[in-house]
Design a protein around this ligand. Structure first.
Ligand code: ZN
Length: 263
């Protein structure tokens, strides 16, 4: 059989590479210049498991990184002797220790009850407030879509809620002064346009960060979450994951994200 096969469906072939005129997932890089990044996650340790080595790379390049943690982290234990209050206090301290290793500046704990988070307007407003305070060009947050391809991990409802509320905060609420007008009129927080969002935990990434140089720093930050990790196994698990993500891209160790450019 000679020659290239013809298109089976000409209309579909003409549309190849676009869906409703929108570009398919194309490979992105981090925006430049980049001065400030805000990481919005559900639990103390999500930022580190999702992006520790990437965050270490940002701060070592002079980017200011701040965190917003939406829940109080009061349920992440199987130890019946630990109260929710004790656990929350422990995890706030672990989050600060991990952030110090990564060079993260400020951590805002919104304090919503762990496990019960919904993408409410209150949560959206609270995230808008922090976006307008910190004025980040880049926001890193969690995938708002439940993945069913990750057996046996089916995702955490708080992660879905944080991702959804954060994307809704980025666009349009942080950008437009008539969204949550009290933030503008009473708190004097000016609207702010985020330029890029990175989502962790995605099925189809389009941005890969080479973390070969910052892997060890990232791992130390993960290990700071002493109440959450097994120090004997977590290192190998995290390294293997970074290797598997990087290998197809020709990168030694990588973290992968879905990147959305809002400009
Ligand atoms: Zn989490």
């Amino acid at each position: 059989m000679g020659g290239p096969p013809g298109p089976v469906n000409p209309a579909r072939a003409a549309n190849r590479g676009s869906i409703c005129g929108v570009s398919p997932v194309e490979r992105h890089d981090l925006i430049s210049p980049l001065e400030r990044a805000l990481v919005v996650v559900s639990h103390p340790d999500d930022a580190e498991f999702g992006a520790a080595a990437t965050i270490a790379g940002l701060t070592s390049n002079g980017v200011r990184v701040d965190y917003v943690v939406t829940t109080d982290g009061s349920k992440g234990t199987e130890d019946p002797a630990v109260t929710p209050e004790q656990l929350s206090t422990t995890r706030v301290a672990e989050q600060r220790a991990a952030a110090d290793i990564l060079g993260v500046s400020e951590i805002v704990h919104l304090g919503y009850p762990d496990g019960y988070l919904t993408p409410s307007l209150d949560l959206r407003r609270d995230i808008v407030r922090q976006i307008r305070r910190f004025r980040p060009e880049l926001v890193i947050t969690q995938n708002p879509q439940r993945r069913l391809d990750h057996n046996p991990y089916i995702g955490h409802p708080d992660h879905l809620a944080t991702g959804e509320a954060t994307l809704s905060a980025v666009y349009p609420a942080a950008r437009d002064h008539l969204n949550f007008p009290e933030l503008w009129t009473e708190e004097k927080l000016e609207p702010w346009k985020v330029r890029q969002v990175l989502l962790t935990g995605v099925e189809k990434p389009n941005l890969w960060v080479d973390i070969s140089e910052t892997f060890e720093t990232g791992l130390r930050a993960i290990l700071a979450h002493e109440s959450q990790v097994d120090p004997d196994t977590v290192g190998e698990r995290v390294r293997e994951r970074a290797r598997l993500i990087g290998e197809p891209q020709g990168i030694g160790l990588a973290q992968a994200f879905a990147s959305i450019l809002l400009e």
